[in-house]
Design a protein around this ligand. Structure first.
Ligand code: ATP
Length: 880
């Protein structure tokens, strides 16, 4: 890849600075750092200063207002008597504790403003101040503003109405004006009634009083005759005996006390549905413990600590808050019918209730089972929110490579080739009915319809003769072209056209594709873009002699994925034994790469580390299978679908699963150095990993049978061959000859879905890849690369059992997990801490040695010997 094109240094960087030569003796004055207004506004310190200001303002107003209540008579005279100028700059004596300014401000707020309701301004300044100082929304500003506005109107008007004619401005000018207008409009009595209605409505809304009518005595139920059919209910107290009774109070009387729970269809509604029960059929409410409210931004990936997002969270604006789906509600599966998710934004409670109608008899049941009331669906979880500002790379980072020129072939060349083919065939007594040509980027396909009675195998055998007569390399005969009833002869073009990746990515087909992992591979002979879904392939084996376009091919695939996927949806594991081919992708480590914990470099070049990484991937695969199993889903799509619908509990280890694509640039090298140790995990992954979203792209220069073994081949149904050196190699990779006749430079054969297609691989140059990687790398990423589970090699002496003295660094964390969950299970450690089985097992042994858990009990979880966290802390302190 590095030899594609050498990146030239940008000329500007080497140019001497323009203008007069600088004298080194004359020291330049340090440029004052520019303070940007935007940064100043965002600065935490600015917020704190504002917070102090608002708090003091609140205190100031409060003292001034309170003082005004006692001194208003004297001060008012002076304020009326003197002009503002005299008041401010003269020597007027006032009684207000806060002097002339206090008297003046209070007078304006009370007299010309809203009267006693002016205290609401103190409250407002106070909450704004607290929010600024603390740096997060302790008080909800917009909601408070609504209440304050309502309070200003209502209190000032009510005070003006009640104290009508009083000297003190209880309602202020605004209250008086409102009162006057309202009294004229609906009369004094009308105004009084209106104020009472509004006041009571507010109180009811706020405190939701229980207006209970004295209950009627319940008549003891009549004994049911023994012959009568039994009603399908669980309890006579919960279900009235006759339809007429369904709307009577006793049925609804404190339904939760019934403690009944039926396993029928359930409907989940927010708890305040209780208030609106009046219109509903009688129903029983049962507290549901299987519904948990957990924070909206629960970590979805182990390497990203939850705390890293909280700061950003806190700085979110009120508007963003409004769009936020709010606390993440996850709803556990219940049997049929599936409960519609129900949680209104900001609903304050942590329990939801299960409501089901009670039935009179079986006939009613069908009607009654219909949903009781519509419930608002919960906003789906969006994994990309953690990097919400991430921008996808733009097409202008890529080059056109003159590919915008329409592919035209010399008509004389076409005509000449056509005649040559006809003549050659004639020489062998093969006549044809029709011949047509399709000009592709690298080769032209001549399609022949032979005359009746001509055997296809005869034409096929003439491959070399036709090549000779056309004096061209790389002629391929496809006899017959599947599904067309014609025979194809591919003849290389004299002038080839580069297929630029840019054009392929700009195509409608790619832009509008909804594939999980769309890869733009290249152009077919008929110039159709070949875009496939790697997730469906599900793995790709690439082979080709050196210099035939493999590295470009790998870049094409990787760049295609980078243009379509958000960092939260996709991770690459890059294995590059050649050390230079994939090094460009280092820039996107914190966005798209996965690595082993504790590794510095995400791109793996060392064979030993490759073995660890492949085994870690196998562990990840197993963990993912566990998660899928627990979620009752069959593949990653269903699983992530369920997770985003908030139907899986992150507290139980569920997380959004990004696709993982493993890319091995030189497989032969690995097999040569590590043999089975590499082959086995690769084969395991190839066999099983597709369902859990792990896909492999394996490339090799040497497609010999000892490298591409039967096991590997059997699990890679999609294979790509660039030009290879022999027919045997072509057979090894494609199970058929033909790749040896390719003409190189990205000319390729793809065997996929039982079809063999000749493509010209899309071309992306090294500087373009660099542009894309830089574009992504310059954006905010995760704190670290995606961490794969830990793998400890049993044969590795470093990984053997350790004594308590040198216990695992994760020992304390593991102890906390086990004690909190009160469950001594290794798989719990694996899931919660994303550890491999070996490490989790060793941790468990160490916990046993520290008497935190009991001995191994086979398939059952170990006993947890420590019951409380304080007990645990004591043990841990003693161990230190
Ligand atoms: N799709 C393509 N379109 C046009 N030219 C291409 C294409 N692919 C490769 N080439 C040309 O072929 C050269 C070699 O390609 P590449 O580096 O991908 O080969 P390779 O198979 O990876 O070789 P090696 O295995 O030695 O690394 C490139 O520098 C480029 O000029």
């Amino acid at each position: 890849m590095s030899k594609n094109k050498l990146k030239t240094e940008k000329p500007e960087s080497k140019k001497p600075p323009k203008g007069p030569a600088t004298n080194p003796d004359v020291l330049k004055k340090d440029k004052e750092p520019e303070v940007k207004v935007k940064e100043l506004v965002k600065d935490e310190r600015t917020h704190k200063v504002l917070g102090v200001f608002f708090l003091l303002l609140s205190v100031y107003c409060f003292i001034a207002f309170t003082s005004y209540l006692f001194t208003w008579e004297d001060d008012q005279d002076k304020i009326f008597h003197y002009s503002t100028r005299e008041l401010f700059f003269g020597d007027v004596k006032v009684d207000n504790l806060l002097g002339r300014l206090g008297a003046y401000v209070s007078h304006n707020f009370f007299f010309y403003g809203v009267g006693i309701a002016a205290y609401l301004f103190c409250y407002f300044f106070f909450i704004v101040g607290v929010n600024f100082i603390v740096g997060r929304r302790v008080f909800r500003i917009w909601r408070s503003i609504k209440y304050i506005l309502f309070g200003l109107l209502f209190i000032s008007m009510t005070m003006a109405f009640v104290t009508n004619g009083h000297d003190f401005p209880w309602g202020g000018a605004m209250g008086d004006a409102l009162n006057k207008w309202m009294s004229g409009f609906v009369g004094k009595t009308g105004t009084a009634l209106l104020l009472i209605v509004v006041g009571f409505s507010w109180l009811i809304w706020k405190f939701n009083f229980d207006f209970k009518w004295p209950e009627k005595k319940i008549k003891p139920p009549k004994p049911v005759p023994a012959a009568a059919p039994a009603a399908p209910v669980a309890s006579a107290t919960a279900t009235p005996a006759a339809p007429a009774a369904t709307n009577t109070a006793p049925v609804r009387e404190d339904p939760r006390k019934n403690g009944l729970r039926d396993d029928g269809g359930v409907m989940v509604i927010p708890p305040h549905a209780e208030e609106e029960e009046e219109d509903l059929p009688p129903m029983e409410l049962v507290e549901r413990e299987d519904i948990t409210v957990i924070p909206s931004h629960a970590p979805y990936m182990p390497p990203v600590p939850a705390s890293s997002f909280t700061e950003e969270e806190d700085l979110r604006t009120e508007e963003e808050e409004a769009e936020d789906p709010g606390p993440l509600l996850y709803i556990e599966e219940t049997p049929e019918p599936p409960p519609p998710p129900a949680k209104k934004k900001g609903a304050p409670t942590e329990v939801a209730f299960e409501i089901k109608p009670t039935y009179q008899d079986e006939e009613d049941e069908v009607e009654e089972i219909a949903p009781v009331r519509p419930v608002e669906p919960v906003d789906p979880y969006d994994p990309s929110l953690d990097l919400r500002d991430y921008k996808f790379p733009t097409l202008d980072l890529l080059e056109n490579h003159n590919a915008d020129k329409v592919i035209v072939q010399d008509t004389t060349e076409l005509e000449k080739n056509k005649n040559q083919i006809i003549d050659t065939l004639k020489n062998y007594d093969i006549s044809i009915q029709k011949i047509s040509a399709t000009v592709g980027p690298t080769v032209t396909l001549y399609e022949i319809v032979p005359a009746a009675g001509v055997r296809i195998s005869r034409i096929k055998n003439l491959e070399d003769d036709i090549a000779l007569s056309l004096s061209a390399l790389g002629i391929r005969i496809i006899a017959p072209i599947p599904g067309k009833g014609t025979i194809g002869i591919e003849v290389p073009n004299v002038k080839k056209t580069i297929v630029s990746l840019k054009n392929m990515l700009a195509s409608e087909k790619f832009q509008s594709s909804t594939m999980d992992l769309p890869i733009a591979i290249g152009k077919k002979i008929d110039n159709e873009n070949f875009i496939a879904d790697l997730a469906k392939m599900p793995h790709l084996l690439m082979a080709g002699a050196t210099g035939q376009g493999k590295s470009v091919g790998i870049n094409t695939l990787l760049v295609s994925l980078l243009y379509k996927k958000h960092p939260s949806q996709l991770k690459f594991v890059l294995v590059d034994p050649k050390k230079v081919e994939l090094s460009l992708y280092k820039l996107i480590e914190k966005h798209f790469l996965a690595k082993l914990p504790g590794e510095d470099d995400a791109i793996i070049t060392d064979t030993k580390k490759v073995i660890h990484t492949l085994n870690a991937l196998c562990i990840e695969m197993d963990l993912r299978y566990d998660l899928l199993k627990e979620a009752g889903t069959r593949n990653i799509r269903e699983y992530n679908g369920k997770f985003t619908q908030r139907r899986l509990n992150p507290l139980k280890g569920h997380r959004y699963l990004p696709f993982i694509v493993l890319v091995v640039d030189e497989f032969a090298d690995l097999i040569m150095t590590a043999g089975k140790e590499v082959e086995m995990p690769i084969a395991r992954l190839a066999q099983l990993a597709r369902a859990v979203g792990i896909h492999l792209i394996i490339a090799t220069q040497r497609p010999s049978v000892n490298i591409i073994t039967g096991t590997i081949k059997a699990n890679f149904p999609a294979r790509v061959a660039f030009k290879v050196s022999s027919k045997i190699d072509s057979r090894t990779i494609l199970d058929i000859g033909g790749a040896e006749q390719l003409i190189g430079q990205g000319d390729m054969l793809v065997s996929f879905n039982g079809e063999l297609v000749r493509l010209q691989c899309a071309f992306v140059d090294t500087p373009e890849v660099e542009n894309v990687a830089e574009f992504i790398g310059n954006q905010k990423g995760y704190p670290d690369a995606f961490l794969l589970p830990e793998y400890v090699d049993d044969k590795d002496p470093d990984g053997r059992e350790l004594s308590i003295a040198d216990r695992d660094p994760l020992f304390e964390e593991a102890a906390q997990v086990i004690v909190t969950a009160q469950q001594g299970s290794t798989s719990l450690l694996q899931r919660r801490m994303k550890l491999g089985y070996n490490r989790a097992g060793r941790l468990m042994d160490q916990l046993e040695a520290a008497n935190i858990v009991g001995p191994n009990m086979g398939s059952k979880a170990r006993d947890v010997l420590v019951k409380t966290e304080s007990e645990l802390n004591e043990i841990l302190n003693n161990l230190l």
